[in-house]
Ligand binder design. Structure first.
Ligand code: HEC
Ligand code: HEC
Ligand code: HEC
Ligand code: HEC
Ligand code: HEC
Ligand code: HEC
Ligand code: HEC
Ligand code: HEC
Ligand code: HEC
Length: 376
């Protein structure tokens, strides 16, 4: 038998739970704006309002131990247009150790140390990109002591993170913060001009050739021997190239050219050994590739000899007229070669047939000879 006295606490707890549940229901119903589905709305987080009660003051600042001034103003406008805040990701999602004021003691001296310490917060939700970035050239440069090498927030910002590739030209602007000299060259190249002036989606931006979070050293033998395939990704694609009237033979014929075969042999057997045989960028340039008809193009007839002479020091003026690299031999462009080519194809066939006839006649001759000897 259970005594009624023992049941009393359970009854009281039960009643309290019911009352609390009703109160909670009433308050959240009144808080939910009309027409908003309470189930799918982001969880209400009040930290942003709380933190902004001080940090939305444009004059709030502090002095770091290094003596640098640090503005502590967080623009509510930036937050509103960022990808995170409207998705319900507020201050405490990244600043996990700050809950109230006064804040915990800081453990950095300079602005850069602050950035390098806080950007670790991105790892929590973007671990795939974070992991990739650990072997990148930027991480290697930082490990080597160059603390200016890019981290997440240099390219994306912290409180004003936005879609990183809309429009696509934004990508070269992102890199230009630290690689201005290269972006300046790129802007005037055939690729960069098409991107920046007409937002052309078919031309390469920095990250198409270098990758994004896993940028590798572009000055290794491996990177070099892969450049023809990097260019071929587009220049051997008939659909993309036909829009611009460009030939896809540039790759298929390069592969079978002296330079192309030479490079492929090195790639297959000695991928880490640097080899000077020409890849696309040796003749065309890298960030400064121009339209081949541009008088300043390194492959324009006026400049071509100098380009070949970078490696073939003894090449004379006739050397370049022997260049057939990207073109099928044809009657209009290279009539002399075309004639020789045709002649050899015919000539070889004639010689072959004469040989066959000769061998057949020899066999007949031998058989007839033997039969005749047996008859004797
Ligand atoms: C009462 C005003 C006030 C509130 C509320 C407040 N802060 Fe601060 N915050 C400051 C001041 C002042 C500093 C300057 C350094 C100091 O005094 O600790 C600061 C510094 C900071 C810093 C840079 C220095 C550090 O500690 O790393 C961060 C980051 C920061 N606050 C985040 C937050 C977050 C996140 C919240 C909300 C959870 C918040 N603050 C709420 C006043 C406030
Ligand atoms: C998506 C992650 C993220 C969110 C959300 C976020 N912060 Fe930060 N916060 C950072 C990072 C990273 C830094 C370091 C900034 C840098 O590298 O310049 C930082 C720096 C700061 C600083 C130091 C001053 C500065 O601008 O460098 C303050 C103050 C601060 N945050 C307050 C806030 C407050 C207040 C909120 C909410 C309204 C907030 N943060 C939301 C990631 C975040
Ligand atoms: C609490 C989890 C969380 C943290 C911490 C966080 N993010 Fe995000 N991030 C998200 C979510 C969720 C989205 C998708 C938002 C959307 O699409 O509406 C997003 C979107 C993004 C995007 C846009 C992607 C696109 O394709 O448009 C970038 C860039 C980004 N975050 C960078 C950062 C950086 C840099 C940090 C550190 C300063 C950071 N995030 C910290 C959760 C987080
Ligand atoms: C050197 C600049 C740079 C750095 C450093 C960088 N990003 Fe990015 N990130 C970009 C660019 C540019 C894109 C867009 C790439 C594209 O569309 O080709 C991008 C795309 C993204 C995206 C959306 C697409 C995707 O891959 O999911 C997220 C999320 C993101 N970055 C998070 C991060 C985080 C987290 C870090 C730090 C570990 C980081 N990024 C470091 C430049 C950078
Ligand atoms: C915050 C500055 C910063 C930003 C932004 C930045 N980089 Fe870098 N980058 C560096 C530093 C510093 C190095 C190391 C240079 C060194 O060690 O000589 C580096 C190295 C490189 C390298 C290796 C070659 C070299 O010179 O060491 C490549 C490739 C590269 N960055 C590409 C990019 C691309 C592409 C972007 C844009 C998506 C970008 N970077 C954005 C600072 C930056
Ligand atoms: C069409 C492909 C392509 C594009 C687009 C491209 N790069 Fe490069 N980049 C290369 C190649 C190939 C190399 C290797 C050069 C060498 O052999 O020295 C290189 C080298 C580099 C280097 C290191 C060597 C140096 O010259 O300092 C950096 C840094 C770099 N690129 C940044 C960028 C940035 C920033 C952009 C965007 C504006 C960009 N690249 C666009 C192909 C490209
Ligand atoms: C993402 C695709 C893409 C990649 C990768 C790419 N290109 Fe291009 N390239 C194009 C497009 C598209 C055009 C035509 C642009 C126009 O005419 O507006 C072009 C134009 C050119 C031209 C000018 C042709 C002419 O005479 O009109 C040359 C030369 C060239 N690219 C060489 C290269 C080399 C070398 C590489 C590798 C280092 C490369 N491209 C990588 C898409 C690409
Ligand atoms: C980056 C250096 C480089 C550039 C630029 C270059 N070549 Fe070469 N070329 C080589 C190397 C290395 C070989 C292989 C030599 C060997 O195997 O003995 C070669 C081989 C050749 C060969 C066949 C073998 C021979 O030596 O006769 C021809 C023909 C040739 N190149 C023509 C050209 C022409 C034409 C140009 C300019 C349009 C040019 N090359 C630009 C490095 C280059
Ligand atoms: C040895 C030097 C050399 C190498 C290596 C080389 N090119 Fe060229 N390229 C030229 C010359 C010279 C021209 C202009 C004359 C012609 O079209 O043959 C040209 C023309 C072009 C054109 C314009 C074609 C058209 O249809 O108008 C493109 C695109 C191109 N090259 C891309 C490439 C790509 C991609 C590679 C690597 C797979 C490459 N080139 C390797 C020298 C070279």
């Amino acid at each position: 038998m259970v005594r009624p006295k023992l049941l009393l606490p359970f009854v009281i707890i039960g009643v309290l739970l019911v009352v609390w549940g009703l109160a909670l229901n009433a308050s959240s119903t009144s808080a939910a704006p009309l027409g908003v589905d309470r189930v799918s709305a982001p969880p209400a987080q009040q930290t942003e309002q709380y933190c902004l009660s001080c940090h939305s003051d444009p004059n709030l600042k502090t002095t770091l131990p290094s003596g640098e001034d640090l503005s502590l103003y967080i623009s509510p406008e930036h937050l509103k247009s960022s990808v995170h805040s409207p998705a319900g990701i507020e201050c405490e999602a990244c600043h996990t150790d700050i809950k109230t004021y006064p804040h915990p003691a800081i453990d950095y001296q300079t602005k850069r140390e602050l950035s390098r310490s806080y950007y670790q917060a991105c790892q929590k939700c973007h671990s795939a990109n974070y992991d990739k970035a650990q072997d990148s050239m930027h991480a290697q440069a930082a490990a080597g002591g160059n603390l200016n090498a890019a981290i997440c927030t240099d390219c994306h910002g912290a409180h004003d993170v936005q879609s990183p590739n809309q429009p696509r030209a934004k990508i070269s602007q992102t890199c230009s913060r630290c690689h201005q000299d290269i972006v300046d060259k790129y802007k005037d190249s055939v690729h960069g001009e098409a991107l920046i002036q007409s937002d052309n989606p078919d031309v390469p931006v920095c990250t198409d050739c270098h990758g994004v979070h896993d940028i590798a050293d572009p000055r290794t033998a491996q990177f070099r021997t892969q450049t023809p395939e990097m260019c071929a990704g587009c220049h051997a694609d008939p659909e993309r190239m036909s829009k611009y009237g460009l030939s896809t033979d540039v790759y298929s014929l390069y592969e079978t050219s002296w330079h192309g075969v030479d490079i492929s042999v090195y790639k297959a057997n000695w991928p880490t050994i640097w080899h000077e045989s020409a890849v696309c960028t040796d003749c065309h340039g890298i960030h400064d590739i121009l339209d081949t008809n541009n008088p300043n193009s390194s492959v324009n007839p006026a400049n071509l000899l100098a380009t070949c002479q970078k490696c073939h020091q003894d090449a004379g003026p006739n050397w370049t007229s022997a260049w057939t690299g990207h073109n099928q031999i044809d009657a209009q462009r290279t009539p002399f070669l075309y004639a020789i080519d045709r002649f050899y194809i015919q000539f070889a066939q004639v010689v072959l047939w004469l040989c066959i006839i000769y061998v057949v006649l020899q066999i007949i001759h031998a058989i007839v000879d033997r039969v005749r000897r047996n008859l004797k």
